[in-house]
Design a protein. Sequence first.
Length: 86
Amino acid sequence: MRTIANMGGYLSTFGPNIPTNLYGLLLPACTPRPPCHCEVKGVFTNTVPVDAYRGAGRPEATFLLERLVDIAASEMKIDKSGNSPL
């Protein structure tokens, strides 16, 4: 996976940990998968700094996994729940 992570206008104490250590560790979720490679680039933006709140890293990892399911279902022409044809 390649990710461009918004760090905000300046780095907070824990902010860089979220898209690197936490996000990368949460990507495999609870299902067995082959090892994955995660490349993260942190960028400064004109937003407030990023810091850990609740579930730090999990929303980003879940978003990626959900998109992968959507893409796979679309390519196989099945409903993303796997229950019925499109």
